[in-house]
Ligand binder design. Structure first.
Ligand SMILES: NC(=O)c1ccc[n+]([C@@H]2O[C@H](COP(=O)([O-])OP(=O)(O)OC[C@H]3O[C@@H](n4cnc5c(N)ncnc54)[C@H](O)[C@@H]3O)[C@@H](O)[C@H]2O)c1
Length: 252
């Protein structure tokens, strides 16, 4: 049975990716700082008949990551796929943003992607059968709204981490790629105490050339492509945003 490890898999995109890979027959290892979300996702996976575990682990903490990976290997096996999905955003006036707030976002998003990749790569390399790492980035790595400095910088950093690790890990047959989602609706993928039915205005939809807001399946299917079909791709980033970032905007 193939094994996938997904950080931040308790809710949102990570949970949807977990369900998708479970439906493909993968054993799923989730980590999340939100224990309620993680336990709920785990129970849902088990109810679907999946083999799964949940670790209450913070990707920004090396010891948590080490323990999560060790438990994954012990209970499920060496991961064939790692999805670096956990992420946080602080939106705050750049003139008021505290250094520790900026650092926390960098440590979680960029530091977490590094720590999990390194921990997974160690066990993948030791096993000798290769593997795939997929970093969930964001179109905000390439363009910005105001007051998102930590998030944008962390995501830009992950794009660079992707090509750096792709080159370093190539001798172990580990491919490293990134996906940059645009606006993906995840309100209906939160833990049950927080989930809401999404609603989109016509304007929300029409700002996307494809005419709709994204759904988690758009990203989960791309993860499957990178994990299972893209043998000649490494170090790359795929933008999945319904065309939002290629649409030119002229103020009328
Ligand atoms: N939803 C979008 O529109 C969108 C767009 C671009 C990129 N992304 C990226 O996709 C990823 C998932 O986003 P989402 O929208 O599903 O968010 P979400 O908040 O719904 O889910 C993120 C999950 O990560 C967990 N998490 C947060 N910090 C963590 C940590 N330190 N260690 C472990 N788990 C942690 C949270 O508890 C949560 O369960 C993020 O990296 C985000 O930047 C999302």
């Amino acid at each position: 049975m193939k094994v996938i490890a997904i950080s931040g898999g308790g809710q949102g995109l990570g949970r949807a990716i977990a369900y998708h890979f479970a439906s493909l027959g993968y054993a799923v290892s989730l980590s999340d700082t939100d224990a309620a979300a993680g336990r709920e996702a785990l129970a849902a996976l088990k109810a679907k008949g999946a083999t799964a575990l949940f670790a209450h682990a913070d990707v920004g903490k090396a010891l948590d990551v080490k323990a999560w990976m060790a438990r994954t290997v012990k209970e499920l096996g060496v991961p064939d796929v790692l999805i670096n999905n956990a992420g946080i955003m602080i939106r705050k006036d750049v003139l008021k943003l505290k250094p520790e707030e900026f650092s926390r976002v960098i440590a979680t998003n960029l530091g977490g992607a590094f720590l999990c990749s390194q921990a997974a790569a160690k066990v993948m390399a030791k096993r000798g059968l290769g593997g795939t790492i997929i970093n969930i980035v964001s179109t905000r790595a390439f363009m910005s709204e105001p007051n998102t400095e930590g998030y944008s910088a962390s995501k830009g950093g992950i794009v660079a981490l992707t090509h750096a690790m792709a080159v370093s890990l190539a001798p172990y047959r580990i491919r490293v790629n990134a996906i940059s989602p645009g606006w993906i609706e995840v309100r209906d993928w939160q833990k049950s105490s927080k989930a809401e039915a999404p609603h989109h205005s016509q304007e929300d939809r029409e700002q996307h050339p494809v005419g709709r807001v994204g759904i988690p399946a758009d990203i989960a299917e791309a993860c499957q492509f990178l994990a299972e079909s893209a043998g000649f791709m490494t170090g790359q980033n795929i933008t999945i945003d319904g065309g939002m970032t290629v649409k030119m905007i002229y103020a009328e």
